[in-house]
Design a protein around this ligand. Structure first.
Ligand SMILES: CCCCCCCCCCCCC/C=C/[C@@H](O)[C@H](COP(=O)(O)O)NC(=O)CCCCCCCCCCCCCCC
Ligand SMILES: Nc1ncnc2c1ncn2[C@@H]1O[C@H](COP(=O)(O)OP(=O)(O)O)[C@@H](O)[C@H]1O
Ligand SMILES: [Ca+2]
Length: 559
């Protein structure tokens, strides 16, 4: 059983049907869940109206056990009947016989280990810290040690997952992203929803994802757990915690490019990622090294950013709150995000519009030169920055925070970066603005191209195919190669302007000292550690799209 200050939750069986049972506030409730984890009818009993609980399957009168098994218990309670024929409806004795699976039925997990993530300790972490705890808890696991990138994603998209209660990754944010794409893609396939239509409301996913941190940044784990400790993560998986999570979908025109949870970043973070790919051999240190290199280049980029503001009544990125376990803003958001449904899971079984009202409202336009543009659905904290990119962002409120850092001098930008690591407010700087948003569009400002000298591509630039085909037909086409680096930046501009022989590379006759490349006016987008193959993208938040085996950050002030 999962126990926290507000809720006790467990999986129980009545006959051959599975129920999610919870003790929350003053009520004991049980909700039927089908094989795909979709919730059905809920029965709630006030704890004050519970008459008794007996071990085994017990009859009412005379009290006797019909079957003596220590997996069963019987709950007796006051049952309110609905029809009273004009007089008070009679009460009767309610009796439900439960079977407790944690004492018998096995949880089964599908585990993917990236042996090359982070410090290459994935296998060791799993076998020494995780597997013994799974065994202790009677959890069975099917382990796949990956041999190539995207293997885990493809497995989830194509293989039979019957019998698995969740999928687990042992690795970093890149590995988590594979599971995310697999689980979302599969759920939409089964629900018959097009991932490419940016206006459609995606089907929330029931298959839970667990993260055992063994990567470089471990941002998603740190943000949803409050640390990157493999044992903590394992215990949350074992007790079956469930944390809904917002996901950002990134589109290029009417094609899905990728999903993101931690960060969609342009400028500094895009350049750091592109640079870091050339130094993968350094392991996690590659980001620090590349960060210094890119910092020294002190670049800024022109851009036109449009955003759809979120309702500012419930929360703001500068309200100095933290999204903690049991967060009120997130739980209240559920009703706004799924207004027509008792349960988010019944979205597509109910016959209502798949088009979200979340995209209604007035767009705001900001144009200028930016050091970096970041969009994050969650706080994006990591060991390097425990408070994160946007410390007051929420895990499951259906919004993201858009951070615009305008062109400034090196010292100003260093101050901004450094404030991610201390208690000072990184948004309290004259060149920084932050907005809570539901959607964002990015384009290059009109006229930008004319200012530049267009020249032939430099030798050695590689051609990268950008697909606009349906990812569900061929998942390989979902994302770009992770090894594009600098050369891809030139291509990005070329592709979208439809000019195959010209680039937007500025050639003013000098080469940047720290990175040895020529200055340019187009950066790349870093989407959870992947370089995107497009510059002019649009993003929207899909509120509470997936669920993790987590419960958010525990308030460290209470024991
Ligand atoms: C001066 C100290 C500056 C510290 C700045 C900390 C900013 C931290 C923001 C963290 C945002 C993290 C967003 C997460 C992204 C990940 O999904 C993604 C993939 O992770 P994976 O490889 O584990 O799969 N990771 C990344 O894209 C890495 C982004 C890392 C950015 C770190 C930049 C470090 C900068 C150091 C600059 C130092 C300047 C010093 C000048 C003298
Ligand atoms: N066996 C493998 N060989 C090569 N790449 C892999 C393998 N398994 C997973 N990957 C890819 O490696 C990338 C980085 O993995 P990740 O576990 O996130 O580590 P890190 O945090 O160090 O980047 C991911 O994008 C993932 O798709
Ligand atoms: Ca959010």
């Amino acid at each position: 059983m999962e126990i926290d200050s507000v809720r006790v939750e467990s999986s129980l069986w009545i006959g051959n049907k599975r129920y999610r049972a919870s003790l929350s506030g003053w009520y004991f409730s049980w909700t039927e869940v089908d094989k795909r984890n979709r919730e059905k009818k809920t029965i709630s009993v006030p704890v004050s109206e519970v008459i008794g609980v007996k071990e085994g399957r017990v009859e009412i009168q005379p009290q006797k056990k019909v079957e003596d098994t220590d997996l069963d218990f019987t709950l007796f309670y006051v049952k309110h009947n609905s029809k009273g024929n004009g007089i008070r409806a009679p009460w009767s004795l309610g009796r439900t016989q439960f079977c407790c699976p944690s004492r018998g039925l096995k949880t089964s997990l599908l585990v993917f280990i990236n042996p090359f993530g982070g410090k290459k300790r994935g296998k060791q972490i799993f076998h020494s810290l995780v597997a013994p705890l799974f065994e202790l808890a009677g959890i069975s696991s099917h382990v796949v040690v990956t041999e190539r990138a995207n293997q885990a994603r493809d497995y989830i998209l194509k293989k039979d997952l019957t019998g698995f209660d969740g999928v687990i990754c042992v690795g970093g944010d890149g590995m988590f992203s594979e599971l995310l794409h697999g689980v979302i893609g599969r759920t939409q396939q089964e629900a018959g929803v097009s991932e490419h239509d940016p206006t459609v409301m995606l089907q929330p996913c029931d298959l839970h994802i667990g993260i055992i941190p063994a990567g470089s940044t471990d941002c998603v784990c740190f943000t949803t757990m409050g640390n990157n400790d493999p044992v903590t993560s394992t215990l949350h998986i074992i007790i079956g915690d469930s944390q809904p999570l917002d996901v950002c979908s990134v589109h290029y025109q009417s094609t899905l490019v990728r999903y993101s949870v931690s960060m969609v970043g342009y400028g500094f973070y895009g350049d750091v990622l592109a640079e870091s790919e050339r130094h993968r051999w350094m392991g996690p240190l590659r980001y620090d090294y590349s960060g210094c290199m890119v910092y020294l280049c002190n670049r800024s980029y022109p851009g036109l950013v449009q955003y759809l503001p979120a309702d500012s009544h419930s929360s703001s990125p500068r309200d100095n709150t933290r999204c903690l376990s049991g967060c009120r803003v997130c739980s209240e958001s559920k009703e706004r995000l799924f207004p027509h449904f008792e349960s988010s899971s019944s979205l597509y079984s109910a016959n209502v519009s798949q088009y979200s009202s979340e995209l209604e409202g007035e767009w705001v336009t900001v144009e200028g030169r930016f050091k970096c543009i970041s969009l994050t659905c969650v706080s994006s904290s990591c060991p390097r920055s425990p408070k994160g990119l946007s410390p007051s962002a929420h895990l499951a409120d259906g919004t993201a925070d858009l951070i615009l850092v305008r062109e400034t001098n090196s010292l100003g930008f260093l101050t901004y970066l450094h404030r991610h690591t201390n208690t000072q407010d990184q948004f309290d700087l004259p060149f920084v603005e932050v907005h809570r948003v539901k959607a964002v569009r990015f384009s290059l400002p009109p006229g930008e191209e004319e200012e530049e000298e267009e020249e032939e591509y430099e030798e050695g630039d590689r051609e990268i195919q950008v697909s606009t085909e349906n990812v569900l037909e061929d998942p390989e086409k979902l994302c770009c190669s992770n090894t594009a680096g600098h050369s891809q930046q030139h291509l990005t501009g070329r592709k979208e302007r439809g000019n195959v022989t010209k680039s937007r590379v500025k050639r003013r006759g000098f080469v940047c000292g720290p990175c040895g490349t020529k200055p340019r006016s187009v950066s790349v987008w870093n989407c959870d550690g992947e370089i995107l193959p497009h510059t002019e993208i649009s993003c929207r938040v899909q509120g509470q799209l997936v669920r993790l085996f987590a419960r958010g950050i525990e308030d460290s002030t209470t024991p």
